[in-house]
Write a protein that binds this ligand. Structure first.
Ligand SMILES: Cc1cc2nc3c(=O)[nH]c(=O)nc-3n(C[C@H](O)[C@H](O)[C@H](O)COP(=O)(O)OP(=O)(O)OC[C@H]3O[C@@H](n4cnc5c(N)ncnc54)[C@H](O)[C@@H]3O)c2cc1C
Length: 565
């Protein structure tokens, strides 16, 4: 049986940061369902935050101000000690990345350039034009190859093997051979990214099904704050490809069909650079008031930035607009609409990235510590992946070297793999039933129509009923081919189980939380209610049903106040 000391699941930024930080004397491997360089981190555009104070307008910046902005942006749901930890580590993290070879854009004079981003008091977002994720991911991948980290690409993890509260390994499906088998590990780190494809309109890659979060949930690990789903204000109309916040950071305007910069009605001081929850809701409100174009979108106007700046700072955005919308932002405004973008919630872990299951860790977008609370600031996710990916690698190494982690697991692991195999055989035995791609489409419509930016009790209750109906239909699912090699249908069937769970947990949390906070807007409870709801939601699977309980928010020195921008 294949056996590792540390098994990292996910080859995006969090996974590679974890692998690189793991003790080189240990046997470390990374599993990814796609080649690591196709992980969604590669698409990150606008940048990564750290209070370097390099901008002429940002010399007064400090990590404490970064922490305050993060906490205020989170609508005070972030655990303040963890937000402080991340912001303090941000500065050395950027220099480490630079020394590893990340080609950041520069100001004249050579220091790392920084641009303004939403909800930030100073220009503190470091960037590489509008391809920041790409350059960091490539650099960490090069370093991992140099370090001889073992990669298992195009392997899908289907199950976490947990016995008596200890993680013993995982079960995988090797896409190239069609084989299903277990891997023994003394520590497992999930860095499996977000679940954007649960929604119809999303900026996320097609691979972002969130199965890692669902797998952890089914293994008994609680999910935290899943009701907080971030909708990005500016995705390209129709395709929903992201148009980075960096476009507004560079000075872009949001304009309605009356030619008005409407953000003056919603955030008169921060305007286009208010936090994402506020800007996304403003855009949707304008569209619903009839102030949009074709009742679908508003304009992001970059024309006043002029050709030289657009070509230098936003070349990828220009390419996307030309290739996918047939317009050049140098001479035409960009049609944009909000779309699902990020998951503030995820696998419940502590500041050491450890979960309640011994030997099981999580980092990056699939995890929730919670840094981003009810609303993440742009540029803080790349930072979170690198800072806490590293923490996960270090902490797992300490635990494994300290002798923790099980060795006698083989029989249990083989049984776990057998169970997965039996399920797959059952799907293959049927020659009729439900097709998974149709179920997937139905789920996306439910989530986009009833668990969107504006929520209410009636729709959320109905959504839960419809998710239940989908679960019944999922029991009738079948594979139309018996070939297990590169069966995308099988991948979807396996992952759909998780997607149903995630949809249910998001919706349940949203129904339960009778207040408005950050990205969670209840039309029937429009105020933030700190007295009853300044707490994290935890959902745990018990006897096949979700159970809700709560956890305190850690407050250090920032008493919750009304947010004004
Ligand atoms: C278009 C876009 C632009 C963005 N721009 C920015 C930005 O400029 N700044 C910023 O701070 N944030 C940005 N974000 C957010 C940020 O990019 C992501 O949150 C972050 O990159 C996630 O990294 P990750 O390592 O957690 O996951 P990912 O990069 O998504 O990697 C997940 C990995 O897990 C693997 N995986 C998943 N499930 C399984 C499974 N079951 N078995 C095996 N492998 C599995 C995948 O193959 C992949 O390797 C952006 C997001 C989007 C969508």
């Amino acid at each position: 049986m294949l056996s590792q000391d540390i098994l990292v699941v996910g080859g995006g930024l969090a996974g590679l940061a974890a692998a690189l930080a793991s003790d080189p004397q240990l046997k470390v491997a990374v599993i990814s369902k796609v080649h690591p360089l196709r992980s969604h981190s590669v698409a990150a555009q606008g940048g990564i935050n750290a209070a370097l104070g390099n901008s002429p307008d940002g010399q007064e910046d400090t990590w404490e101000k970064h922490a305050f902005d993060t906490i205020k942006g989170s609508d005070y749901l972030a655990d303040q000690d963890i937000a402080e930890l991340m912001c303090e580590k941000a500065i050395s993290t950027i220099y480490e990345l630079e020394h590893l070879g990340v080609p950041f854009s520069r100001f004249p004079g050579g220091v790392i350039a920084q641009r303004p981003f939403g909800g930030a008091g100073f220009p503190r977002t470091c960037y590489a034009a509008d391809r920041t994720g790409l350059v960091i991911l490539h650099t960490l991948f090069e370093q991992s190859v140099r370090r001889k980290v073992k990669f298992y690409n195009e392997w899908l993890v289907t199950k976490l093997a947990v016995k008596d509260g200890k993680c013993l390994g995982v079960v995988v499906y090797d896409l190239a051979t069609g084989d299903i088998f277990p891997i023994k590990a003394r520590a497992v780190i999930f860095a499996t990214g977000g679940y954007g494809r649960v929604y119809l309109r999303t900026t996320n890659a097609f691979i972002n099904h969130g199965s890692g979060i669902g797998i952890a949930y089914r293994a008994g690990v609680p999910l935290k704050d899943m009701e907080f789903v971030q909708f990005h204000p500016t995705s390209l109309y129709d395709t929903n490809i992201l148009i980075t916040e960096g476009a507004r950071g560079e000075g872009g305007y949001l304009v309605n069909n009356k030619g008005k910069r409407f953000m003056e009605d919603y955030a008169p001081s921060a305007m286009e650079l208010a936090p994402r929850d506020i800007v996304a809701r403003a855009i949707q409100t304008e569209i619903e008031k009839g102030n949009g174009f074709e009742d679908q979108y508003v304009h992001l106007d970059l024309r006043h930035l002029e050709e030289k700046k657009i070509k230098k700072r936003l070349p990828g955005i220009r390419e996307i607009c030309i290739n996918f919308a047939g317009i050049d932002p140098i001479d035409a405004p960009i049609p944009i609409q909000p779309a699902q973008h990020y998951s503030m919630g995820g696998i419940d872990v502590n500041a050491q990235c450890a979960s309640v299951v011994e030997g099981f860790y999580a980092a990056g977008e699939c995890a929730c510590m919670s840094i981003h609370g009810a609303n993440r600031l742009g540029g803080n996710s790349l930072l979170d992946t690198v800072v806490f990916g590293k923490t996960a690698g270090e902490e797992a190494s300490h635990a494994v070297k300290g002798g923790k982690g099980s060795r006698d697991a083989e029989k249990f692991l083989l049984d776990e793999a057998l169970e997965v195999k039996k399920k797959i055989e059952e799907w293959g035995k049927k020659d009729s039933g439900e097709k998974v791609h149709l179920l997937l489409n139905r789920l996306k419509v439910i989530m986009s129509e009833k668990v969107d930016m504006f929520r209410n009790k009636k729709d959320l209750t109905k959504a839960l009923e419809e998710i239940d109906e989908l679960r019944d239909d999922y029991r009738k699912v079948f594979t139309s081919s018996h070939c297990l090699r590169y069966s995308q249908e099988l991948v979807n069937i396996i992952e759909f189980d998780s997607m149903l769970d995630l949809a249910e947990v998001i919706t349940l949390g949203a129904l339960n939380r009778e207040e408005t906070r950050g990205s969670h807007f209840r039309v029937d409870f429009q105020d933030r209610n700190d007295k009853d709801w300044l707490k994290h939601t935890l959902v745990t699977l018990k006897d096949g049903k979700p159970h809700i309980n709560f956890k305190e928010v850690n407050i250090t020195k920032y008493e919750p106040k009304a947010r004004k921008y």
